[in-house]
Design a binder for this molecule. Sequence first.
Ligand code: SF4
Length: 675
Amino acid sequence: MLSKHTITVAEHAGFCFGVQRAVDAAAQELKKAAQDGVRLYCLGPLIHNKAVTEELEKEGLVTIASIEEAEPGSRVLIRAHGEPDSTYRAAEEKGIQICDETCPFVYRIHEAARKAGAAGRSVFVIGDPKHPEVIGILGSTDAAVGACDDPEKVSEFEEVLKDRPVTALAQTTLTRAKFDACCARLQQICSDLAIEDTICSATKQRQDAARKLAEQSDAMVVIGDRSSSNSHKLFDICSGACPNTVFIEKLSDLPLQVLKKYNKIGVAASASAPQQIILEVIANMSEVLNQNTEMNEMLAYMDEIEKSLKLPGRGEVVTGTVVQVTGDYVVVNLGCKKDGMLPKEEVTLEDGQELTAAFKEGDEVQAKVIKTDDGDGNILLSKKKLQSGENWEEINAALDSKEVVNVTVLKEVKGGVIAAYKEVSGFIPMSQLADHYVENAEEFIGKTLPVKVTRVDQRRNKAVFSHKAFLTEEKHKKIAEIWDTLNVGDVVEGKVMRFTDYGAFVDIGGIDGLLHISEISWGKLRHPQEALEIGQVVNVKILSMNPEKGKISLGLKQNAPEPWSVIDENYHEGDIVKGKVAQIKEYGAFVELAPGLDGLVHISEVAHKRVNKISDELQIGQEIDAKILEIDKEKRRISLSIKATLPQPTAEEIAAAKAAKAEEAEKAEEPAAEE
Ligand code: SF4
């Protein structure tokens, strides 16, 4: 039985982001140049791949070695490696238009070099000084002092570097081992060294993926260009792991007869190998090895290629794999011909969190496409927008379900404040900020408030929140809870909140009950403040509850027994008791012995002498001692005598009183006689 062939393509293979971008741009620029009738040059080979450059040359692209070779009025394409500033100046002087396709990752190194120079630092590039990319970086700032990728030779720069602040940047395709070794040497030399790791992961990813596949394969096909050092490096890596490795540039190099002998065949491709060639190689191998080829792997790859030709549209939610993370952006492989660029501003980070801490290579990320081309040929992604879409859904759900969400108050605006729910901003009208009047919203700024969502208009990006609605609902919940725990007859603690003529309102843990004036004391009150004070804490009895009307009636006097019910225990005939004059009538004075328990002192019992007018002897509020003459429980009457508590008058006093009385009578008669 014949064994099956499998063809597997390395996880990362073919054009990197920068090369793909440059090739796409070249095709576009060629069309434009043809329309405009101008010549398009490329400064140096666009990529290290003869087949691709020949194809472009057939379309009209002319490769030149120096800007001087281009004539005024022509256009010059700058490839992914970038160029020194002098090239741009020369082009300007000659009236040459530049089509700048410097890889954004390389361009960012130029920016870093300029920034370091502006900060008074010298720039050293860890890289091959003859490589066009390094020449471009060195030529982007006057602060550049040199470049070297050999750790043994870094010492040659010691004199230049040792006494000045130095920023070290890396060539994008440098190996990690070389970078680390050169950094270690620089650290020994420089007293003030800042290192920026600007290595691009595209090359390493292709190398790692190729090594992994070679270790699992019987034979490896490496697709690359013989003039590309990266392609040779890829071949060396694969050969080290799989002795049956072949290097091909194009389809016709494929040794099909040799490959027939092997079952598991792996395919790796350098960053300058176009997908078209990879596809042709796979298709050809499968055709020849046809009957015994396990097609799934290849078909899957075909699908991938198919997919890669489609670009996601604006607003689409895409999933990709992180291929590079810097302090400012994350590069995401979306499985299509353009990579996604996720800038720091489009990611929600925790306070002080760096992008490099939030993402790492290999992470799967989901984001929303906000631009299919950000001007640099990248697909611009946003996690914030994706989250904001999710957040709108959450807000809509909260509106429907009336759930509470937490918002952070950001700033005061006319009529209210702006508050953020995650990535969505909404408005809280001033009247909805609290359950009381708010004049100035300043105290709310920066605070997190639980709110109800009261309106959502996602199309217009509008949401309205209410903290007051939350507070009101909470209050109702609390009241309902309190109602559940209360029963008629319970004695609860309360606080006197306010008075009316007919009673006092008492807060019993969140709800107010009415303590009617008649329920405050067993005695008579004209106003509740005669017995209570605002803020006073009292124990009150629940007399009745009406949940429908939300009314609770309270009693305070019930804390003590009704005085007539315990009269026998406290009062007996013959007792001398204390009391307070409460009312004065012609026939006597009513004396309050206890709240709700009055006794009558008949006029004849006020004093031993004859009393004509009680108010001559007693005043309202006066405290007196009296003797209980009689207790009539049936009629609820108590007869008191003040005089019984007074000593009997002496004979002289009686005589003096009689004399005074007679004199008084005489005086009363005299004027009548005159009349
Ligand atoms: S290897 Fe990296 S830096 Fe170089 S062109 Fe490709 S993506 Fe850009």
